[in-house]
Design a protein around this ligand. Structure first.
Ligand code: NAP
Ligand code: GCO
Length: 267
């Protein structure tokens, strides 16, 4: 392998991807395994962890799965200790687990708002806090927070999610600021609109067989004129987890087909 390509290798690294039984997290973890990393993931239910392990095995990947609610600091601390004992010290953390609730803000309960903030912002803090001490001892670490276009833009019905993802952008910059001296790089990955279960309601084919209005809207707003696939995130995710990005810190890398740069196609 050429020297420059060695910089993109994750050989010998241990990567924890939260919420990675399926969706974007699964795709990122798959690419990490292909780049040489040992993959560790969690999900909130044992049945999903079991399904995830099977799905990784079907790709020839031996993944380590743990049941853990990332909003629960006690469970997270216990999971990280178990991983360190059973697999090894975590070199790469991807804070991927996330939820969204789509409701007009004036109809959203405070409990619903808090739940989204808890999973999408508090949990990345809790998990990063749990892995940083060992990264400091080891002398290096990579933390990648899965942000969103809603780290930059708002839209109707996603007030809690946008607030959380905006906060996650700033948490990313603060971890960069506070731990850069320990050779820990913390960056964000900002997917555009990606075809996963989370966005399935926005792509539902209408009764008359036409595209969902939001589907048409996104295609008109995307220079690439398509939804992203989880695989579109793999290269950027490997880059941010590898030595190739050792001087990239506090950056949010948007993988959105150009939406954030584009005013949109005239109807
Ligand atoms: P997804 O298909 O809904 O998957 C989310 C994953 O997170 C699921 O495995 C889910 O497990 C897990 N999770 C949720 N709450 C959890 C908790 N408290 N503890 C542990 N795991 C938990 O979502 P996705 O589309 O793959 O999105 C993954 C990440 O990318 C999210 O942070 C999302 O905000 C972000 N993102 C998505 C898009 C997109 O267009 N899809 C774009 C930008 C950013 P359960 O099934 O058990 O709930
Ligand atoms: C929505 C979507 C978005 C995407 C993503 C965009 O309802 O607008 O779910 O929020 O999930 O975050 O980057």
């Amino acid at each position: 392998m050429s020297n420059i390509m060695k910089n993109f290798s994750l050989e010998g690294k241990i990567a924890l991807v939260t919420g990675a039984s399926y969706g974007i997290g699964f795709s990122i973890a798959e690419s990490y395994a292909e780049a040489g990393a040992t993959v560790v993931f969690n999900d909130i239910k044992q049945e999903l962890v079991d399904k995830g392990i099977e799905a990784y095995a079907a790709l020839g990947i031996k993944a380590y799965g743990y049941v853990c609610d990332v909003t629960n600091e006690e469970q997270v601390q216990e999971m990280v200790q178990k991983i360190e004992a059973e697999v090894g010290v975590i070199d790469i953390l991807v804070n991927n687990a996330g939820i969204i609730k789509r409701l007009p803000m004036h109809e959203m309960s405070a409990a619903d708002f808090r739940q989204v903030i808890d999973v999408d912002l508090n949990a990345p803090f809790i998990v990063a806090k749990a892995v940083i001490p060992s990264m400091i001892k080891k002398g290096h670490g990579k933390i990648i927070n899965i942000c969103s276009m809603m780290s930059e833009l708002g839209r109707e019905t996603v007030s809690a999610y946008a607030a959380a993802k905006g906060g996650l952008k700033m948490l990313t910059k603060n971890i960069c600021s506070e731990y850069g001296e320990f050779n820990i790089q913390c960056n964000g990955l900002g997917p555009g609109y990606i075809a996963t279960p989370q966005t399935a309601p926005l792509r539902e084919v209408q009764a008359d067989g036409s595209k969902h209005p939001f589907d048409q809207f996104i295609l008109a707003k995307t220079p690439a004129q398509r939804w992203g696939e989880p695989a579109d995130l793999q290269g950027p995710a490997v880059f941010l987890a590898s030595d190739a990005s050792d001087f990239v810190n506090g950056h949010i890398l948007y993988v959105d087909g150009g939406i954030l740069a584009y005013i949109g196609k005239q109807p």
